[in-house]
Design a protein around this ligand. Structure first.
Ligand SMILES: Cc1ncc(COP(=O)(O)O)c(C=O)c1O
Length: 420
């Protein structure tokens, strides 16, 4: 395996037990390796730690304003790194992406309307839709096969998700579907949607008057291009790149609300900070109202400080090394799984740090296998059915964002336990 010269030490063992940590303190058994919830075991970037220490030393933690520098930092980051120019006026800040999604659904639907999602998908999408009295409409993602043909050049024969376009258009044409809740990049399918795919999704939504909510929380986790992780996609594109949905056209920007946050990339989810970018003035007023009705319009001073420290050159240097580290973890895990379990296809990971593995060949359901692994291998992974009863059945989700030695041991236990 190629070794990368890390400036930052992601191999460092951080003991998270006894810190009220959702990921680790779920279990009392100290032997359990938790590879579940999307939370990394790495200390956040030193520049963020330093900024938080300085803020903490002030000693006063009352209600906080969001300063102009907060907006400037975010605008500069997305402009430079992702070629997306965000208007200062488009921002609505809030305490998380899930509260953001819930409020946007509230703003753009009436109870009884349908919200379209591409399944399997992040579990809270379901609760956000249901809690607003709406109905979930599914556009199930498809595994590409050598027969998959979208009329362009190459095919991808890896275990790889693509969109069923006929179904997508059919669902959007249903007048009850008011909103499409896009996950870009997609958790747990591991796809970083191509510009071409996003254009096509966005055009279909415009055609049928469907509003787009784009959850872009995983946007910084795009695996470095290499032969294995980024073989030309079935649409003939040569490398994987995140495209902000609203950056594609003015019409898309006007017909969308995009949710962004440094929380996943910098492992600061507990600090609860996120932004919604809504270009259309009327929609922005509706979303702002829903954010207020839901009482999620206040953020905490640590989140505000952390975001500004994250979106800097120092934060970016750390992030670059982190993505390399996670990519190496992915290649290692994938190789171990493929060697030991050749009948369990590993989904190609273009983005996120969440590996989606097909375990149908084990003869167990997702839940049975997850329970079995917890009991016999002492590894906790998510059952695929968390992300869709039908679309997630036959899969498990493995969190790769931990130190490599621990991940290796976790994967070793998983493969051994499935063999026995
Ligand atoms: C796609 C997606 N959106 C949102 C979240 C959570 O966002 P937040 O913690 O800001 O509410 C997650 C966490 O795993 C996620 O995977």
């Amino acid at each position: 395996m190629t070794s990368i010269n890390h400036h930052f030490n992601f191999d460092k063992e951080v003991n998270r037990r006894g810190t009220n940590c959702v990921k680790w303190d779920e279990f009392t058994d100290p032997d359990i390796i938790p590879l579940w919830v999307a939370d990394m075991d790495f200390e956040t970037a030193p520049c963020i730690q330093q900024a938080l220490i300085e803020r903490m030393q002030h000693g006063c933690f009352g209600y906080t304003h969001v300063p102009e520098s907060y907006y400037d930092t975010t605008i500069q980051w997305f402009k430079r790194r992702h070629r997306w120019t965000i208007d200062r006026t488009s921002f609505i800040y809030t305490s998380g992406v899930v509260p953001a999604i819930s409020a946007i659904i509230k703003a753009k639907t009436q109870p009884g309307n349908k919200v379209l999602v591409q399944t399997p998908v992040y579990n809270c999408f379901y609760s956000c839709i249901r809690n607003n009295g709406c109905i979930i409409e599914e556009n199930p993602l498809q595994i590409a096969t050598s027969e998959s043909n979208n009329g362009t050049t190459a095919y991808k024969t890896d275990h790889y998700y693509i969109i069923d376009w006929d179904d997508f258009e059919k669902k959007c044409a249903d007048p009850a579907v008011k909103v499409f809740l896009l996950c870009n990049p997609h958790n747990p399918a591991g796809r970083v949607w191509t510009r071409w795919e996003l254009e096509r999704m966005g055009e279909i939504c415009l055609k049928h008057g469907v509003f787009v909510i784009s959850d872009e929380i995983h946007c910084e986790f795009v695996m470095p291009t290499d032969r294995e992780a980024a073989i030309a996609t079935c649409y003939g594109e040569k490398h994987v790149q995140y495209t902000p949905f609203a950056s594609i056209s003015e019409a898309f920007a006007q017909n969308s609300a995009v949710c962004i946050s440094p929380s996943k990339a910098f492992n600061i989810a507990g600090l609860q900070i996120a932004n919604i970018i809504v270009k259309d003035k009327d929609t922005r007023a509706q979303v702002d109202k829903a954010i207020n009705i839901n009482e999620v319009c206040d953020v905490n001073p640590f989140g505000v400080i952390a975001l500004q420290a994250a979106y800097t050159p120092e934060g970016e240097a750390w992030l670059t090394d982190l993505c390399h580290y996670i990519h190496q973890n992915y290649l290692m895990a994938r190789q171990m799984l493929e060697e030991a379990l050749p009948h369990c296809p590993v989904t190609t990971l273009e983005g996120t740090y969440l590996l989606w593995v097909n375990i149908q060949a084990t003869g167990k359901t997702s839940q049975q296998l997850a329970d079995h692994l917890l009991r016999h291998a002492k590894v906790f992974v998510n059952a695929g059915t968390m992300y869709g009863e039908a679309a997630g059945e036959g899969y498990i989700r493995i969190n790769l964002a931990t130190r490599r030695t621990l991940l290796r041991e976790g994967i070793r236990r998983i493969t051994n336990s499935i063999h026995n």
